[in-house]
Design a protein around this ligand. Sequence first.
Ligand SMILES: NC(=O)c1ccc[n+]([C@@H]2O[C@H](COP(=O)([O-])OP(=O)(O)OC[C@H]3O[C@@H](n4cnc5c(N)ncnc54)[C@H](OP(=O)(O)O)[C@@H]3O)[C@@H](O)[C@H]2O)c1
Length: 436
Amino acid sequence: MVKAKKWVVKKYFDGVPKKSDFEIVEYELPSLKDGEILLKTEWINVDPYLRAYNKNILTIYLVSKFELYKRLRIPTTQLVLKSSPTKPKAGETVVVTGAAGAVGSLVGQIAKIKGCKVIGFAGSDEKCQWLEKELGFDKALNYKKVDAQSALKVAAPQGVDCYFDNVGGELSSAIIGQMNMRGRVAVCGSISAYNDKQLPKATILQPSIVFKELKIEGFIVWRWIDRWSEGFTQLVSWIKSGQLKPAEHTTCCVVRDNALSCLGIESTTLWQSIWLKRRNGSSKNTSTGFPRNQTLKSSNMNYHPWKVSALTVAAPQGVDCYFDNVGGELSSVIIGQMNMRGRVAVCGSISAYNDKQLPKATILQPSIVFKELKIEGFIVWRWIDRWSEGFTQLVSWIKSGQLKPAEHTTVGFDKLFDAFIGMLEGQNTGKAVVKV
Ligand SMILES: NC(=O)c1ccc[n+]([C@@H]2O[C@H](COP(=O)([O-])OP(=O)(O)OC[C@H]3O[C@@H](n4cnc5c(N)ncnc54)[C@H](OP(=O)(O)O)[C@@H]3O)[C@@H](O)[C@H]2O)c1
């Protein structure tokens, strides 16, 4: 009989994870049957998703010892930049948050390999120094010390072309607010909110999205599983040529009191062995890798913050496409109820036009990443070369009775301002016009 240890979940996370949520249990492994092999776990990956998915997804990575194989220590969750929606080009400015972490440190280095200017945000001066001196970032900023907005203006006076978002929240709003026209944002994670019981609010993104025609896309690495070997080959070649330095934070052999800090909550890591058990009893080892072709359901997420009964009743199957004219909290609510791979067109943000300072609303990043949403802003002028095509189509639909144009008419040139204010107050139905 072989003795083994496992970490067992006693209580699902509620707020900041506590060590008392787990216990280590010693148990005897059953004898091997014919055709079975026994692997000894040597390394365990610690991932923010252990927190984000909480009770629903229990996948972790293990590197196990098996005599015939050598240990493979190539970053597995980082095959991201190539397939990420930002597609950075040489000369562009790329910003990455969570820059000194597993994903962020590789993202920044890959962007450097691609010839970009790279600015990283990380949580200590030491990390920032490491990013600049060891990894060649052009600038690293300690988000706990600097005012992100002004520091970024100095670091990226030409604005930001691509943003790789690992954190969400107010830091991301500050960065997205400084993006250039047609900038691209890849939302990879939202760690700043993983411990919150209710999603926090941050400065709304819609005005930047629409007026700068941004593209924002969430993605989960599993989506690109068919390109993993391509990614591995590329990463190995960069590592061998010295262009890419993989960094690991290792804690050895002992189970520390501050083990939970591995989720990015405090400082260092790690656990000796983790085996997560479903509350209903049967323990399930999902540690051997990603399930192929797994489709995530939004209901699997840790986040169920928006129970808006009216929309839930009206769209019990969820929302696939959202045409956003208003921005603000209403849009956060709707985006929170979108289905996997939903699409959002941001056309306006009228709820904030009269505000002196942009308002805050529930953050969008958890929905964007976990549901792999695509959000795109557009201004009608961009499509001016297709206007006659559009007119022809609209006229034909109006003539066939499929489309009913609606107008709200105010009479008199002197009433122009009243018509304008009335429109902002919602007095019109359909297109507001003034008959002079
Ligand atoms: N989409 C995908 O397929 C995929 C795959 C893997 C990971 N992810 C996501 O990518 C992000 C990074 O993951 P990782 O594995 O590379 O973890 P990591 O960056 O190695 O570790 C987490 C780091 O997050 C930072 N952090 C913690 N709280 C923060 C806050 N409130 N605001 C800003 N930063 C905070 C901490 O560094 P500081 O000292 O800088 O604060 C911590 O070291 C996470 O959001 C994760 O969920 C996504």
